[in-house]
Design a protein around this ligand. Structure first.
Ligand code: PLP
Length: 374
């Protein structure tokens, strides 16, 4: 492969000495569950996110599931989710026994369309669960206003949005609970699974802290039926190292996104649009083309790694056949799945590599000049 979609090993090459030292520190400490290393990361992550509290958990799906449990959402309840998201957003709702109710995105930003939410609210609705998809913040003010109007909680899926800002303020404390994944490929990624929640609500931070650890605050005293979903101290130590480089890595992603947007401006591809209140962190750079499959095949042939986020929307997955939602009932999600393509993107991609990608995309027979009919 000439240019991989994402070079995960590059972060280790860049930070090998620091990461090795952090891992050795944990191994030598003799303390392998929760403890100082996890607490230190939680404090640093909360500060970074401009939130009062952070609680480390085992992964992003658990962060979402525990957030919903802490809000007492369960069987008989509905949670409004985007129709186009990674299936984990929906699975968290199902995991607590509630029903995901999809709302279509604004195709310009790929994020849940706040204007469509009101019509999906029923007497059973308990929460809104927007996703900051591809690293771009969802339009939170109208979402929060709709939640206030109906007395609903807001849980944010920020698994792709580490460091992004909405109207100048970091994602991390707008809604009741904000859920993070540190899956290796995320903008802040561990070397294994990891996750966290951030919140400004002391009550919810406390409940999630107890739920993640067998429902226990004090060893062998169990207040509630909790789970085992703790952030590993080894991962916490690695995340502390990487967090110090996150802003610099985001800047490198922004430079690549700028080069792509500039280089593809005069093509008939649909490019990402950034509202003036959004400061995205470019987890992914997603273009759209009716000839997506042809374009992807040509890039693969040229040795350029691309991915589709996501090829099958949740409502069209066998896992959600039970909801009985026809494919065409959510036409925006259906059509996005047929046309989106994610170009190589990552903090260790070289400027010159983005030039190679651009040359091949612009030269592709699947891509025309702007204005030509498709
Ligand atoms: C990665 C991701 C998750 C799940 O995170 P895991 O750590 O893999 O459990 C949830 N939602 C979105 C939007 C994601 O991208």
């Amino acid at each position: 492969m000439l240019i991989p979609f994402l070079d995960l090993q590059a972060a280790y090459r860049e930070l090998k000495d620091e990461i090795d030292a952090a891992v050795a520190r944990v191994l030598n400490s003799g303390w392998y569950i929760l403890g100082e290393e996890v607490e230190a990361f939680e404090a640093e992550w909360a500060a970074y996110c401009e939130a009062d509290y952070a609680v480390g958990v085992a992964n992003g799906l658990d962060a979402l599931t525990l957030a919903l449990r802490a809000l007492d959402i369960g069987p008989g309840d509905e949670v409004i989710v985007p129709s186009n998201t990674y299936i984990a957003t929906w699975l968290a709702v199902s995991a607590v026994g509630a029903t995901p109710v999809p709302v279509e995105p604004d195709p310009a930003t790929y994020n849940i369309d706040p204007r469509r939410i009101d019509a999906a609210v029923t007497p059973r609705t308990r929460a809104l669960l927007p996703v900051h998809l591809y690293g771009q913040p969802a339009d939170l003010d109208p979402i929060l206003a709709t939640a206030r109007k109906h007395g609903l909680a807001v849980v944010e899926d920020a698994a792709q949005a580490h460091g992004a800002r909405y109207k100048g303020r970091r994602i991390g404390g707008h809604g009741d609970v904000v859920c993070w994944s540190f899956y290796p490929g995320k903008n802040l990624g561990a070397m294994g699974d990891g996750g966290a929640i951030t919140t400004n609500r002391a009550d919810l931070a406390d409940r999630i802290r107890v739920l993640r650890n067998y429902g226990s605050r004090e060893k062998y005293v169990n207040e509630v039926k909790g789970v085992n979903s703790r952030l590993d101290p080894l991962q916490a130590a690695i995340l502390r190292v990487k967090l110090q480089h996150l802003d610099a890595w985001t800047e490198r992603r922004r430079a690549i996104a700028r080069a792509y947007s500039e280089g593809l401006r005069d093509t008939d591809l649909t490019l990402p649009q950034v509202p003036d209140w959004a400061e995205p962190v470019w987890h992914l750079y997603v273009v759209r083309s009716p000839k997506r499959d042809k374009l992807q095949a040509q890039l693969t042939q040229a040795g350029i790694g691309t991915l589709i986020h996501y090829p099958i929307p949740p409502h069209m997955q066998a896992a959600y056949a039970e909801l009985g939602i026809a494919p065409d009932a959510l036409p925006i999600a259906r059509d996005l799945a047929r046309s989106v393509l994610s170009l190589p993107m990552g903090p260790h991609m070289q400027e010159q590599q983005s030039t190679v990608v651009l040359d091949i995309v612009v030269g592709s027979a699947a891509v025309g000049p702007i204005g030509r009919s498709r």
